[in-house]
Design a protein around this ligand. Structure first.
Ligand code: SAH
Ligand code: SF4
Ligand code: F3S
Length: 463
């Protein structure tokens, strides 16, 4: 139980003070929320926290202190899903002391009411497409109901907009511009866990961008499973136009966006990055595989050549745009030659960052019917070969920046190296020392001269 500060209680003898505290403990609504998964989930949690606070709940730092324990879950790979059930299992004994459990997010939507079977002490199961009904679900929870579900069946057209976002990130303001996904890549759970694709009106996005600046943020990240599939329901802006408009909001210094899909990636996105300096010179464009045969089995709806044409636009830009990607190794039927095609693509593109994953068979997905033919040891080997090769590419790429002076946004301290940790506009981590003794606040900017480079970060000195 948490130690409570009772100094604000009225003067009284110890006995009545204890009673008063007991009353407050009984009526105070507290919650603990842990988030797994992607930035969409991180931002959903900011909205969930704001909604709970609006309903009179106070956020606490541990399961032990909380009356309501919530996990906002991820189901993208089997390991992510297992983490959630392990966590529920670790804390299930708390149920006996009257604590309630809720499972939110992608595992909630995917498993639905089956969660009540696997973890009977869970009272609330809600997917992200139902969060707008959270206040109502909380009222039912407080009334003692024990099996409350908010599950979407891919029908909803609504987005979750709330004025009560409790922003947790001290230097980056997230804005969701598009929810759900209609792409149905053969390996992926997202179309089943996040509902159908639906965009938010551009006026509402711009109004939120202005509000974020008023709150003191200078960096905004636009979010969506496929941001560039954005279709303005007001019919005013294409994705590139929206990006440009957000970049020109007074007070904004950095705009990022994730994730782009190669199928819908248009040239005007590169053109606005070239034209508007606040748009960060970084594009994350997941390729998944360098082999046309595998891309077809993945149902990615583009070829290697189509992808490389778009990379060509980025490389031809006036600004030097940093590129990153996601790759899956060991997709069912991926041959040694297919894998070599992916390795060749790495050499050709020269990314600054690659997120590599071993294929993981997922519920509901079409790839589940394909034979998961590559043994885990072979997947692990391919992943290692890929990451080793990419490390060498990055070692060379990053070292080219030694001697440059770049602008870094401060994110915090790097205690291991006793340096200030930040990020360049190109999204590269930069650790730097400063002659000023007081560490600058997260979200402030410094000009840094780069003095050394590692494969995953730059090192420098503030000037
Ligand atoms: N919407 C984004 C990616 C979302 S998921 C896109 O289309 O690119 C993030 C990454 O997880 C994916 O890019 C993919 O590389 C990886 N991923 C998704 N499903 C996976 C699976 N079943 N096994 C392994 N990796 C997977
Ligand atoms: Fe998943 Fe494909 Fe949608 Fe990305 S585009 S979220 S990989 S189905
Ligand atoms: Fe995971 Fe759901 Fe995001 S599956 S990656 S939390 S969209």
């Amino acid at each position: 139980m948490a130690v409570r500060d009772t100094s604000d209680l009225p003067d009284a003898n110890i006995e009545s003070e204890a009673k008063y505290t007991g009353l407050a403990m009984a009526t105070e609504k507290t919650f603990y929320l842990e988030t797994f998964g992607c930035q969409m989930n991180a931002h959903d949690s900011e909205k969930v926290i704001g909604t709970l606070q609006q309903q009179g709940y106070r956020q606490v730092e541990s399961e032990g202190e909380a009356g309501l324990i919530l996990y906002n879950t991820c189901s993208i790979r089997d390991k992510a899903e297992q983490k959630v059930f392990n966590r529920l299992n670790d804390y299930k004994k708390l149920h006996k002391s009257g604590k309630r459990f809720g499972v939110l997010g992608c595992v909630a939507q995917q498993e639905g009411e089956k969660i009540f079977e696997r973890a009977p002490y869970v009272s609330l199961v809600s997917g992200s497409a139902s969060y707008r009904k959270l206040p109502e679900m909380l009222v039912r929870l407080e009334a003692g109901e024990s099996r409350i579900t908010g599950l979407d069946d891919r029908q909803t057209d609504e987005t979750f907009e709330t004025e009560f976002t409790a922003r947790q990130n001290p230097y980056r303001g997230y804005i969701t511009i598009i929810e759900g996904c209609d792409k149905f890549c053969s390996y992926c759970v997202v179309p089943y866990t996040r509902g159908k694709e639906r965009s938010r009106g551009s006026s509402s996005v711009l109004a939120e961008a202005r509000r974020i600046v008023d709150q003191g943020y200078t960096e905004i990240q636009l979010l969506g499973q496929n941001v560039n599939s954005y279709r303005d329901p007001e019919g005013k802006s294409s994705f590139a136009e929206l990006l440009a408009a957000v970049g020109q909001v007074h007070g904004i210094r950095r705009v990022r966006f994730t994730t782009s899909h190669p199928r819908d990636f248009t040239r005007d996105i590169v053109e606005v990055i070239d034209a508007i300096p606040t748009l960060c010179d970084h594009i994350h464009l997941p390729v998944q595989s360098g082999s046309n045969r595998v891309l077809k089995m993945m149902a990615r709806e583009y070829t290697r050549e189509w992808y490389l044409e778009r990379i060509g636009w980025m490389k031809a830009a006036r600004r030097q745009i940093s590129l990153s990607t996601d790759i899956i190794v060991g997709f069912p039927g991926e041959s040694e030659d297919d894998f070599i095609s992916t390795m060749d693509l790495l050499a050709e593109v020269q990314y600054d960052c690659v997120f590599g994953f071993k294929y993981s068979a997922r519920p509901n997905t079409p790839a589940l019917t394909m034979i998961d033919s590559i043994p885990d040891s072979e997947k692990a080997k391919r992943l290692q070969v890929l990451l080793d090769r990419q490390r060498e590419i990055q070692r060379i790429n990053y070292s080219k920046q030694i001697g440059e002076i770049i602008e870094v946004m401060v994110e915090g301290l790097n205690p291991a190296r006793e340096q200030i940790a930040g990020r360049s506009s190109q999204n590269k981590p930069v650790n730097f020392s400063s002659p000023v003794l007081i560490a600058p606040a997260p979200g402030s900017y410094a000009k840094v001269k780069i003095t050394a480079a590692f494969p995953n970060s730059l090192v420098g000195e503030a000037i």
